[in-house]
Design a protein around this ligand. Sequence first.
Ligand code: NAP
Length: 332
Amino acid sequence: MIKTIVLNNRPEGKPTVSNFEFVTEDKQLTINEGEILLEAAYVSVDPYLRGRMSDAKSYIPSFELNKPVQSGVIAKVIASKNNNFNQGDFVSGMLNWQTQQVSNGEGLLKIDGTKAPLSTYLGILGMTGLTAYLGLNEIGKPKAGETIVVSGAAGAVGSVVGQIAKILGLTVIGIAGTDEKIEMLKTKFGFDAGINYNTSKNITADIKKAAPNGVDIYFDNVGGPISDAVLFNINRFARLIICGAISVYNNTELPKSISVQPFLVKNSALMQGFIVSNYAEKFPEAMKQISTWLAEEKLTYTETVVNGFDNIPTAFIDLFEGKNKGKMIVKI
Ligand code: NAP
């Protein structure tokens, strides 16, 4: 029995489970020479998938209707006619939301579940860790003694950014959506201060209080009013790293935002968006450093693990409700 999740219709506003359809086929997959048969073990759900579900032009093609949704997946090789893979290997790659599938192995990376838990290859040892490390270093150019604000701080990318900034000697302020998350930022991840944007009466004032010397780097995962509040606190030559804008991904109308230009001019500040794949040539070096810090216990991580293939769409939708702490992962 093979189960597949296809995109049934494009979300308007916040995604719902009715945007997806479960297709069950009573068949056995077979492989030809050069192919492998894969069984999904862990599926990553990520905010950027929302963009691929719409038909707007972006840096990555939209999902086609009635075709399987794809994301980062850890899968077990259950049969192989490909010399590069053995039965029992685990691989990581961009794969279908499907319990079993056939691949020719292209784009798949063999991973070692004895070195680190398999799920971490979707998080801190995968795209999440790379995004945090490369976005912060390549655009932020952090210097010891500076102050950084991270939004979406208790999520997958944000929690890693804050920890790396601490390792590099910065003062780190995180913005997240619940008191429990703020507590976790300070106690588990070593952030210096946290602001709950849902209970703050004035985010601009709260940032000023937490960063009396101003903000040198802003790692932006959310966009919208939270990022507007940071702008009022930036220092001269501040660097604004635009990683994501989850607060506006479900907007059906153009968001009303303040004009950034005067803030950038006045402060000679840099604002730059990026896609982690821009820095593909630096992945090995970044992964080496992240693995070293993990081994030295300078870095840690948290995961929210949802059980069951059928819960993939709900886990994805829950990202927009902040139901995750750290990386949201579905265990099949
Ligand atoms: P994540 O932060 O683990 O999960 C999303 C989090 O966003 C939620 O836990 C929630 O936390 C917060 N959120 C949801 N709605 C919000 C809203 N309206 N306002 C403020 N916060 C909201 O996800 P992630 O995988 O680490 O991704 C974080 C950001 O980085 C996303 O914008 C994503 O698109 C982007 N990203 C970019 C790249 C790249 O190459 N540029 C790569 C990976 C990820 P709260 O409880 O705190 O609200």
